[in-house]
Design a protein around this ligand. Structure first.
Ligand code: SAM
Length: 352
């Protein structure tokens, strides 16, 4: 079949043209997907064996100055119960996580002006001093080059900033005019230049997204060559302008995960919370399509429901860091195991 040939080409050359990406994305069926998943699994095994890395996700603020049309914690949603965690609360999440085997902490939040450079630097330094063998990942949106540099110097090693969509006009339909695709992408180049292990990504099935848009996302991933790529289905939130839109599908998300594994063989690829939200075994299926990271929730139990980016977001069971045994079992069921290490990306500039 011609699509299988395209997949073979991707597996060999780690690149496709825009037209070829569109052809694959549009033409996929279950047979092609199975073939793709088997190659993606083999590629993951080649570089990472059966290791799945865990990251403890600490959602430390749901205040946000932005008004992204898809996001439940957008500024104009007045129904959100807003919270901020103190340095002490964040550190106690880290202590609990360390005991459970986490060696990477991901601090994620809205763009909250309360966390100025000095405030965030102080938090990062404290985590770095208390847990010198752990990696610190930040995911706090767009900041200046200087700000990223200061946080790096304070001890942050990694940064997650999804580009959301490469195409400028699609980007503009998902965001308020104050935000632009170009600025978001510039932030990613800045992060890489400073020396962060950078993660980017996008939502699958976001409103107005076309196969051409996804093809452009794949070309951008190739160009940026990030250390990590986080993709997950768009899921509507009832208090946003996109409340009536359809969610992205499991099928397309798995297909794209596997394509990304072949495009960037050594990249870290999470099976995201959103994937686990649209299907009960979404993350296991993600691992079977080439993913190798999961990010259980380490936030204090009483705030988890308030970090609602979309409806029905899972935060209990295997999604909760304290239920790591449940997660371990699920990961075992697909032939993998949890690795208690920092799990650094093998996708470094020197090696690719
Ligand atoms: N403020 C930071 C930023 O802008 O990168 C980090 C937090 S932001 C809420 C994290 C990610 O959530 C976004 O990059 C977006 O892709 C995802 N997200 C937001 N709303 C979503 C939705 N309705 N469905 C799926 N993912 C969503």
């Amino acid at each position: 079949k011609s699509l299988n040939k395209l997949i073979d080409k991707l597996a060999c050359t780690h690149a496709l043209s825009k037209e070829e990406w569109v052809q694959l994305i549009q033409g996929r069926d279950s047979e092609v997907s199975e073939y793709l998943f088997s190659l993606a699994r083999r590629t993951r095994e080649k570089y990472y064996g059966d290791d799945v890395y865990i990251r403890g996700l600490i959602e430390f603020t749901n205040y946000c100055k932005n008004d992204c049309l898809y996001c439940g914690i957008r500024r104009s949603n007045t129904h959100v119960n807003r919270y901020r965690l103190t340095k002490e609360e964040i550190l106690s999440c880290c202590y609990a996580g360390y005991e459970l085997g986490f060696r990477t902490f991901v601090l994620q939040g809205g763009e909250d002006g309360y966390y100025t450079d000095p405030v965030l630097e102080d938090i990062v330094k404290s985590i770095h001093t208390s847990f010198p063998d752990c990696a610190i990942t930040l995911s706090v949106g767009e900041r200046s080059f200087e700000s990223y540099q200061r946080l790096f110097d304070a001890g942050a090693n990694r940064y997650l900033l999804r580009h959301e969509t490469y195409n400028a006009s699609h980007y503009a339909r998902l965001h308020p005019p104050s935000l632009s695709a170009a600025h978001r992408q510039q932030c990613l180049w800045n992060l890489k230049k400073i020396g962060y292990q950078a993660g980017t990504g996008f939502m699958v099935g976001s409103p107005y997204q076309t196969p051409e848009n996804l093809a452009e996302d794949m070309l951008f991933l190739k160009e940026l060559n990030p250390h990590m790529v986080g993709i997950g289905p768009f899921i509507p939130h009832h208090d946003t302008p996109f409340s009536g839109e359809r969610a992205g599908t499991l099928d397309l998300t798995l297909f794209l995960l596997a394509l990304i594994r072949l495009l960037l063989p050594k990249v870290l690829l999470p099976a995201t919370t959103a994937l686990g939200t649209i299907a009960p075994d979404g993350r296991e299926q993600g691992i079977l399509a080439g993913a190798n990271v999961v990010m259980p929730n380490l936030s204090p139990g009483n705030v988890r429901k308030d970090y609602a980016l979309y409806d029905n977001k899972i935060c209990t069971g295997a999604e909760a860091a304290e239920c790591i045994k449940d997660l371990e079992q699920r990961i075992h069921s697909v032939g993998c195991h949890i690795a208690v290490t920092r799990g650094d990306s093998l996708n470094t500039a020197e090696e690719t």
